[in-house]
Design a protein around this ligand. Structure first.
Ligand SMILES: [Zn+2]
Length: 533
């Protein structure tokens, strides 16, 4: 097309547009309201339903009326509706919406370190995200175009009367349609976010409750002789990639070589951190999550047993308003985050950095001390989780090799942690597990999908003790069986002498994403093989 023809065509469009300015406004309103919805109904049916269409007409009409009153009102409303629609579509595209409230909680839970990694991969490098930004840009540009071509001061002197009528019409429409538009994606996302952000915060309440309880709690009598308890909580580690569990490459030489250990074929109670950690550390279970809000964790139990407790983390210091993990961390006497407490600390440093927060002179042989060490482990983005010079597979062919490298690096970190404490203990208990697993293919992976794979739950669980007789009953109870870490707190209590029975959970019930969404692990889809008890 020559420049002349192009400008002719543009001229024709602008004449039409000037003649029918309200068709521009109508197009803008329909575009903003319907584009992501129609795409969603076509390609993301798991997160969009046909009953979202009638409310969409109401929203479109509202946008039109607002624009009629004043173009600026359209622009403001279209910005809000378009942005919320885009975020909803983004969630649906990458994770499927599942439970929107849990999605919103998870989003509010993230802090800037993780957000920049998220922004890079899921926004800047995502064609889908760019398409959504294009959608939003067009929604606003159409509004700007309408503002330019709309009739100025129609019916001279009476413009404000007309606008007033428009406002009355809009309010009437809102009152009539208000309750019906609740099911529209942008409205759902907006109201859910508002609700989550403003409700009485159960995590802050828990903090007060636990503090009040601990202020008067009598000491506990733990008869086990451990002077050092080292509990390492991994991140997104799938045992299928560990030689300890039969992976063909030697990804876990340290764990492989550890003598007299107990190794369980474990599944995590949930496929995401925020809910898994409370279930692992407190009496909460898959079917009774709310117990978390009223119960101290094993961190407090060990404090009552006279242990000096440490929580040392390479993860983010999540917001105390939303984070269940920071709530449990705060039960320890010494809380240290690489991000805040280490000079030069930032998100994403290789896990070895944790040793700098565990100085040797603080680890006193004979003194009762318990250390909870939270790794970054195999957290996305996987290629950044290990120093390249420590890779088992220096030239990974695909994501599976990269992921195997993260597992191998974690094994090296475990070896260093173990060595540091072993040298400074008289009797040590060492535990390693992961909050949840991960599904990994040649080019994709992740967890916290609303339709979960078995692979998101397959985790390592390893116990080691200087005196292995303490582990005998546990070894018998776990031998060859599928074990749910929902009761791992009971096993820790058993090992230190607070329980007579290891209380192993063999349930295959797990949560998909969050509380209330109970699934049977055995029935979940999987990548390579289906696991049974
Ligand atoms: Zn996690």
């Amino acid at each position: 097309m020559t420049f002349r023809r192009l400008s002719l065509a543009l001229g024709r469009v602008s004449r039409v547009v000037r003649r029918y300015p309200y068709s521009v406004l109508a197009t803008a309103a329909l575009w903003t309201t319907f584009l992501p919805l129609l795409y969603g109904l076509w390609r993301e049916a798991h997160s969009y339903q046909p009953d979202m269409v009638p409310p969409a007409f109401a929203i479109a009409l509202a946008l039109f009326v607002l624009g009629w009153i004043h173009p600026a009102l359209y622009l403001l409303a279209a910005l809000a509706v378009g942005l919320l629609n885009a975020v909803y579509a983004h969630i649906a595209h990458f994770w499927r919406v599942g439970n929107l409230e849990i999605r919103v909680e998870t989003a509010l839970d993230s802090s800037p370190g993780e957000s920049s990694e998220f922004l890079r991969v899921f926004v800047l490098q995502s064609k889908f995200a760019w398409a959504l930004m294009g959608y939003l840009a067009v929604a606003l540009l159409l509004g700007v175009l309408y503002a330019r071509v709309r009739p100025r001061a129609p019916r001279r002197g009476r413009a404000w009367a007309w606008r007033g009528m428009g406002a009355v019409l809009f309010l009437g429409l809102a009152a009539f349609m208000g309750p019906k538009v609740k099911g529209y994606p942008a409205v759902m996302l907006g109201t859910t976010t508002y609700r989550v952000y403003t409700r009485v915060n159960p995590i802050l309440e828990r903090k007060d409750r636990v503090a009040a309880f601990m202020a008067t709690a009598p000491p506990l009598n733990c008869d086990a002789a451990f002077d050092k308890i080292v509990f390492v909580l991994g991140e997104s580690a799938n045992r299928d990639f560990m030689s300890l569990y039969g992976y063909p490459r030697p990804t876990t030489p340290f764990l492989d070589s550890l003598p007299n250990k107990v190794v369980a074929r474990a599944i995590s109670p949930v496929n995401q951190t925020m809910t898994a950690v409370p279930i692992i550390f407190t009496p909460a279970t898959v079917t009774e999550y709310d117990v978390f809000y009223t119960s101290p964790s094993i961190v407090s139990d060990l404090r009552r047993c006279g242990y000096e407790t440490f929580w040392v983390s390479n993860q983010l210091r999540y917001s105390p308003y939303t984070s269940s993990v920071s709530s449990i961390a705060s039960e320890a006497e010494h809380v240290r985050f690489v991000l805040d407490d280490l000079e030069g600390g930032k998100f994403g440093l290789p896990d070895e950095v944790l040793l700098q927060l565990l100085p040797e002179d603080e680890i006193v042989p004979g003194r009762k001390q318990a250390f909870f060490i939270h790794l970054l482990g195999s957290h996305f983005d996987w290629k950044d989780r290990y120093p390249p010079d420590k890779a088992l597979i220096p030239e990974p062919r695909d994501l599976r090799d990269i992921y195997a490298n993260t597992i191998h690096y974690t094994d090296q970190v475990l070896a260093q942690i173990f060595a540091r404490f072993h040298a400074r203990s008289q009797s040590m208990l060492f535990v390693y597990t992961s909050d949840h697993g991960e599904w990994i293919t040649a080019d994709e992976g992740g967890h916290a999908f609303s339709q979960a794979f078995q692979d998101e739950y397959r985790i390592p669980l390893v116990f080691w003790a200087s005196d292995p007789t303490r582990l005998e009953l546990l070894a018998q109870a776990m031998e060859g069986r599928l074990v749910n870490t929902e009761a791992l707190d009971v096993q820790i209590r058993y090992l230190v002498g607070l329980e007579d029975d290891p209380g192993v959970s063999y349930r295959t019930l797990v949560l998909s994403l969050g509380p209330g969404r109970v699934r049977d692990y055995v029935d979940l889809p999987y990548l390579e093989y289906g696991e049974t008890p």
